[in-house]
Design a protein around this ligand. Structure first.
Ligand SMILES: [Fe+2]
Ligand SMILES: [Fe+2]
Length: 289
């Protein structure tokens, strides 16, 4: 249960960026030390974010005119677009560094672009439903990262990597319900919402899985017994990947589901404060719509 009173409930969807050059991020060959399997998984996720988030932005931007007369929703949509555009930009920089270290981020970036373009041929409500489902997925991961210190210590031990992920996670929670609420104004169809979930898994999830498998295969010579042991250990010491997350993701199937039923206000308040000095406010939000 949240400990945040109504008076201190976090408001607004501000756009900011980390105060570091992520193209020069100080990280090791294995993002997760001694663990090629988790390292490739995190690299694959980072690789698909830029084009994936461009898709989210476009699917929401399609409905700009619909929120024109609703100042509150208009501001939320604007914040969503500004934050996601900035996530894409910073992950692009980080992916340059990952490519330098040997991760196949360039090929994955191309694959996800191809997949996003195919999804963009679908009717606009379906595209928005895909974004709404994907936003639920990212907010589940974000909550695991921000609530559990052991997850952060295990998966993001380098300060630059931790800053990128905690900043991104904080903002995913700040705008977690924007695409969902917008979808509700377009259509309340349960079938459409489920179609979005299915297509998000097929269109984006599949690319991550295939890209991950390709990266691991290319580095199979590093999968020593000790690396596998380290992976098993890490798996037990993190909450981002595992049954708890799968269950939370499956919550989206519930007919009465709404992202706000999962209370993350206290987390947002806490992390706004913790990350404040490491972030720069950005004016990209003005006119980003
Ligand atoms: Fe994002
Ligand atoms: Fe998002």
């Amino acid at each position: 249960m949240s400990t945040v009173s109504t008076a201190t409930r976090p408001t607004g969807i501000p756009v900011r960026r980390p105060n570091v050059d992520l193209a020069q991020a100080d990280i090791e060959r294995w993002i997760v030390p001694g663990d090629p399997l988790f390292s490739h998984l995190l690299a694959a996720l980072s690789a698909v974010f830029p084009n994936g988030e461009d898709f989210f932005v476009e699917s929401v931007r399609n409905y700009r005119s619909k929120v024109e007369d609703d100042p509150e929703m208009k501001a939320r949509v604007k914040g969503f677009i500004g934050q996601e555009a900035m996530h894409g930009r910073e992950h692009r920089a980080f992916n340059v560094r990952l490519a330098e270290l040997g991760y196949p981020t360039v090929a994955l970036d191309r694959d996800i672009l191809r997949s996003a373009r195919r999804l963009q041929r679908l009717p606009k409500p379906v595209q928005l439903a895909i974004t709404s489902a994907s936003e639920h997925f990212t907010s589940v991961l974000a909550r695991a990262v921000l609530t559990d210190e052991q997850t952060r210590r295990t998966l993001f031990p380098a300060p630059d990597g931790e800053l990128l992920i905690t900043w991104h996670a904080l903002e995913e929670l700040e705008h977690k319900d924007v695409a969902f609420d917008l979808l509700q104004t377009v259509s309340r169809s349960y079938v459409l919402r489920m179609l979005g979930l299915f297509l998000a898994a097929v269109g984006f999830g599949r690319v991550v899985a295939v890209g991950y498998a390709r990266g691991v295969l290319a580095d199979h010579q590093y999968l020593s017994r000790s690396a596998l042991r380290r992976n098993r250990h890490n798996f037990r010491h993190q909450q981002m990947v595992g049954p708890r997350s799968w269950l939370a993701i499956a919550g989206y199937i519930r007919p009465g589901f709404h992202p706000r039923h999962i209370d993350t206000d206290a987390l947002v308040v806490e992390w706004r404060e913790r990350l404040g000095p490491a972030l720069t406010p950005n004016r990209i939000s003005s006119g980003a719509m």
